[in-house]
Design a protein around this ligand. Structure first.
Ligand SMILES: [Zn+2]
Ligand SMILES: [Zn+2]
Length: 103
């Protein structure tokens, strides 16, 4: 829930493009957002924004996993996996205790 409400690291769009140098590295220009993006930033066409520390666009949370929410995203993935394991054990246990009719 919290990961779906968090900001993944969307870079704000500014009126005039501003070139920011990072230790001699000249950042890429995003023609969609019209900004120069810092290293590790990628444009997501689904979110229509440049995401700082972009990891991937997740269809389950409906937004990107980026620098702003990657820790919450990992907690989300871990909790979903844990729920799946508990669910599978519950199913296996239910089948073990089930009494099947004699044929
Ligand atoms: Zn962009
Ligand atoms: Zn996205």
């Amino acid at each position: 829930m919290a990961v779906g409400l968090s900001n993944p690291g969307i870079l704000p769009r500014v009126g005039d493009p501003v070139v920011v140098e990072y230790d001699g590295y000249r950042p890429d220009y995003c023609r969609h957002c019209r900004i120069y993006r810092p290293p590790g930033t990628r444009h997501c066409s689904d979110c229509d924004a440049c995401i700082l520390g972009h990891d991937h666009h997740c269809v389950w949370i409906g937004k990107c996993a980026g620098e702003g929410n990657i820790k919450r995203f990992y907690v989300f993935v871990t909790s979903v996996f844990a729920m799946l394991v508990v669910y599978l054990f519950a199913i296996l246990n239910a089948h073990k205790n089930m009494v099947y009719p004699a044929v």
